[in-house]
Design a protein around this ligand. Structure first.
Ligand code: GDP
Ligand code: MG
Length: 282
């Protein structure tokens, strides 16, 4: 967040209006809504400010910071060593699923896990090739079939293959779009069921990839996917560009990683303190 980001705006509120009158609260709520905190959070923070009557910018910032902090959490994505773990990677087209799988493959193989990829985005013609490219570049084994094949069958094959070879982590790519939303959600549920039938539930993670620049849209995506399969974690991509990061406070799903660029190294474990610092400023 730059000079004119949320943190700066929040600080300016006091500069513009030193008394906590109605116009102050209107400005505060507008600032929060513009920052993608959502109407509910904006009201909650506004009420808290009314109760606590902060006297300085710092006191106001501290109040907002505490509330935000309660609404964001970190996800621990540590695969269980010596067992098969499956990470199902979900999200709409273009958010960065396939790229994040490449990044995770690198991250987890560096940590000593035996990782494979499953190309279960069989809907788009280029999707399998794209994952194959990441597999090649990161030296990861990949299980795939041809475009149009049943994604559930791909995942089933990947599990069979991983169990046979003793792999520890399957990263499953999935489609972000199909003929319609209902089809996509049904398919994801089917894949999830296939995994659930063969892998211990505590070793399965459903991970939603969200583009940090989409703001309020990310909130509805999270709701939609969470209804289809209960989500365990979020990966926040494109955090490098101007981000509308307040949306995270509305999602309520723990965050595992942030993507900060297009390269494999542009991938970090989510650091909540750093995130809030960047959002609000010191
Ligand atoms: N700047 C930036 N670009 C990203 C990041 N993650 C993915 N991308 C880019 O976003 C585009 C879509 O990514 P892709 O992985 O194909 O998305 P998918 O459709 O969800 O699989 C590609 O051009 C990626 O290089 C990120 O963290 N930062
Ligand atoms: Mg993809």
């Amino acid at each position: 967040m730059g000079k004119f980001g949320f943190g700066a705006k929040l600080k300016n509120l006091f500069g513009l209006n030193k008394t906590l009158d109605e116009s102050f609260f209107e400005d505060l709520e507008d600032t929060l809504i513009e920052g993608d905190f959502g109407a509910k959070n904006a009201m909650e923070i506004s009420d808290l400010v009314r109760e606590n009557k902060p006297k300085t910018e710092d006191e106001l910032t501290e109040l907002v910071k505490t509330t935000i902090s309660e609404k964001i959490s970190s996800a621990d994505l540590t695969p269980i060593k010596g067992e098969l773990n499956v990470y199902l990677v979900l999200g709409v087209n273009g958010v960065g699923k396939t790229t994040s799988i490449g990044k995770m493959a690198k991250y987890y193989s560096k940590k000593g896990y035996s990782v494979i990829m499953a190309a279960a985005d069989t809907f788009r013609a280029a999707a399998i090739e794209q994952l194959e490219m990441h597999a090649e570049r990161t030296g990861t084994r990949i299980v795939h079939q041809e475009t149009g094949s049943d994604p559930g069958a791909v995942v089933y094959d990947a599990i069979t293959s991983a169990l046979a070879k003793g792999d520890e982590l399957i990263l499953c790519d999935t489609a972000g779009r199909m003929h319609n939303k209902e089809n996509l959600m049904k398919e994801l549920q089917k894949i999830n069921k296939i995994i659930g039938a063969r892998v211990k539930p505590e070793n399965v993670r459903k991970i939603l990839v969200l583009d940090a620049t989409t703001g309020q849209n990310a909130v509805s995506q999270a709701r939609l996917f969470n209804e289809a399969v209960k989500l365990d974690a979020v990966i926040l991509t494109k955090y490098d560009s101007q981000s509308k990061a307040g949306a995270l406070t509305q999602i309520g799903i723990p965050v595992a990683f942030v993507g900060t660029g297009e390269h494999y190294e542009d991938f970090e474990v989510f650091d909540k303190e750093e995130y809030i610092k960047a959002l609000i400023g010191k």
